[in-house]
Design a protein around this ligand. Structure first.
Ligand code: EN5
Length: 386
């Protein structure tokens, strides 16, 4: 049912973008033209701002997402974003507290729905655009089919427009009008036995558990022994390295030094970044990073959690990307992750086969709100959404 999306400034399903149509969809508006009043909601609900700096409110949001956010197609796993992760993901430099929008039941105050906007800088066709990212749209399981999502999206749009921003980027596993890129998940087993037990992976007649263990075995030590965690003093050269790499993609993230420090400096169980530096200059030459996003294993007697690492950004200049990522698989395995996940974006396709990643059953579609671009291939995309 795309009734709502038909009236929104997005590329429609039957539309094919050509050169002439690239650019803003809705006619330009001014901040003054944007309504000041929040969207009207059924009288038993109320809007709220979820203050992520408040531990109790962060915990409420954590529980809502843990119980009602994204699942795989067969409802076997559900994302379990940790509290420190959620705070990190939604409060980057320049964030707007009022873009963390909640919906509560008036009577009890229970948090029933949420949507977040975050400021983001993107390179689109060679130019930096300061727009919004949308993420963590979630409606409490028992409240589905009440059509609350359109209200949350419109209220987020209004608050973002009030800051003079009229474009947003977002991803979804579902097909909506209309992706500019569709990417595929790949998975590298680190703990094959557990993955099979929880139903994340499977055996076949030929691929038994012992064979899976053998196939996925990794050395205990990394090849590049100089690989070390990113630190404060690497920020300047690390930012230069990554922007220089990312600007070659058709759409990519752009990082100020402050943003680079925010997104890459290691935070335990949230974000890990490892680098190699040039011995002479001390500049970062290679960088590999992953974030921690566990999933709840739904209805399993023994296991409750799947420990998953997700590839974030990788840049290799002094070695093959495959060699760099092989080392990070070793580090992730040694830190007890069960699986290393990755999309076929950026140059990731170059290492997937060699490093024994297998295609998953999930897709991730990328969307822009109020902007038309030509469709692009996964490998032309230099941008990860958490
Ligand atoms: C907010 N920004 O479907 C939107 N995950 O493949 C986020 N599959 O884990 C939207 N179904 O293939 C996120 N194992 C959309 C993704 C939602 C989550 C999702 C998929 C991605 C996933 C696993 C488990 C499937 C369980 C049954 C999967 C196969 C792994 C196997 C490992 C060994 C080599 C072959 C593949």
């Amino acid at each position: 049912n795309h009734q709502f999306w038909n009236d929104q400034p997005v590329v429609q399903m039957d539309e094919n973008v050509n050169e002439k149509k690239i650019g803003v969809i809705d006619k330009e508006k001014t901040v003054e033209e944007i309504r000041n009043k929040p969207f009207t909601i059924p009288s038993n609900y109320e809007w709220c701002v979820v203050n992520l700096m408040d531990d109790d409110q962060l915990h409420e949001l954590y529980l809502l997402l843990r119980d009602s956010y994204v699942e795989d197609d067969d409802n076997m796993f559900r994302f379990d974003y940790s509290e420190p992760f959620l705070r990190w993901a939604m409060t980057p430099p320049g964030y707007h507290p009022e873009w963390h929008i909640g919906l509560r039941l008036k009577k009890t105050g229970k948090l029933l729905a949420f949507i977040a906007g975050m400021p983001i800088s993107l390179w689109i066709n060679g130019k930096v655009h300061h727009i919004s990212e949308i993420n963590f749209l979630c409606i409490y399981q028992k409240l589905r089919k009440k059509d609350l999502a359109p209200l949350l999206i419109q209220e987020a749009t209004r608050r973002i427009n009030k800051k003079n921003i009229f474009q947003a980027i977002y991803t979804a596993g579902r097909l909506l009008p209309k992706p500019f890129a569709s990417t595929t998940y790949y998975h590298r087993s680190l703990n094959p036995k557990k993955l099979v037990h929880v139903g994340f992976s499977y055996t076949t007649k030929l691929m038994t558990i012992p064979r899976l263990i053998k196939k996925n075995a990794l050395p205990t030590k990394v090849k590049n022994t100089r690989l070390r965690p990113l630190q404060e003093s690497d920020v300047e050269s690390g930012t230069a390295l990554i922007n220089n790499y990312l600007k070659n993609f058709k759409i990519s993230m752009y990082f100020s030094e402050e943003e680079f420090a925010w997104w890459f400096l290691p935070r335990e169980k949230v974000i890990n970044t490892y680098v190699l530096t040039d011995p002479e200059s001390g500049n970062v030459t290679d960088l590999v990073s992953f974030y921690t996003l566990n999933s709840s294993v739904l209805d399993h007697p023994k296991y409750k959690t799947l420990n998953a690492a997700y590839s974030f950004y990788n840049v290799a200049t002094t070695m093959e990307l495959t060699e760099l990522v092989n080392d990070v698989l070793i580090l992730a395995k040694n830190e007890n992750y069960d699986v290393y996940n990755c999309l076929n974006i950026m140059d990731n396709q170059d290492f997937l086969d060699n490093l024994k990643f297998g295609q998953g059953d999930g897709l991730l579609h990328y969307y822009l709100f109020n902007y038309r671009i030509l469709p692009i291939l996964p490998k032309e995309l230099g941008f990860t959404i958490l």
